[in-house]
Design a protein around this ligand. Structure first.
Ligand SMILES: [Zn+2]
Length: 206
């Protein structure tokens, strides 16, 4: 792509570093911003800078939060003995949207993936096992997507909990293999949470 301006080229390059944004889309977005009042670009830049500067991760569940302890963990109405294991904040949002779940979450920050060089030590697994060993958890619900990485991660955590009095369940696999949790419709996801099945049972079924 030949640019008539170095400034334009730089802006397009930075925009195209975002996932799913190719050079053409980046150019379209940059030209769009150029046409709009300067205020819009300032607001966008400021929102992103504020996010990077001030965002926190909940000290308890690792969810993205404005405070040290997120609103879900701090809510006295939530059942703190039930913990749903998810990959990232999108899963928390999807499950919260169903309105069917009253427990807490634990955000791993990814899935074990030897192919991508992501091991258990790169994820928030240690703190989860710590909570479990302190007797804070009665039931753990695995809600990672049904991919090989998701299954590997579930199984790794499950093995870490061996010998502890914790019920483990997994949300029913109504969600097709390879589909990410974030795309499941709310009704299906809500039903999956209510009809969760024991984790041991899901292992035999596979
Ligand atoms: Zn939290």
């Amino acid at each position: 792509m030949e640019f008539s301006s170095k400034l334009l080229e730089n802006a397009v390059y930075e925009m195209s570093q975002l996932p799913g944004i190719g050079k053409r889309t980046a150019l379209r977005l940059v030209l769009h911003l150029l046409k709009r009042p300067a205020e819009q670009t300032v607001n966008l830049s400021q929102a992103l800078l504020n996010l990077k500067d001030s965002i926190k991760f909940c000290k308890s569940c690792h969810n993205i939060s404005d405070t040290d302890i997120c609103e879900i963990c701090a809510n006295p109405k939530r059942d703190k003995t039930v913990v749903c294991v998810v990959e990232d904040v999108r899963d928390v949002m999807a499950i919260e949207n169903t309105g069917q779940y009253k427990g807490l979450y634990h955000v791993l920050g990814g899935k074990i993936s030897p192919m991508e060089g992501i091991g258990p030590q790169d994820l928030n697994i240690h703190s989860l096992v710590g909570k479990a060993k302190r007797g804070e958890i009665k039931e753990l619900i695995f809600a990672l997507s049904s991919t090989m990485e998701g299954d590997t991660t579930n199984f790794y955590i499950y093995k870490q909990l061996e010998g502890l009095e914790i019920a483990t369940s997994t949300i029913a696999r109504g969600i097709a293999v390879g589909d990410e949790l974030e795309y499941a419709d709310e009704v299906t996801l809500g039903r999956s949470i209510l009809n969760r099945i024991p984790f041991e049972g899901s292992l035999k079924a596979n």
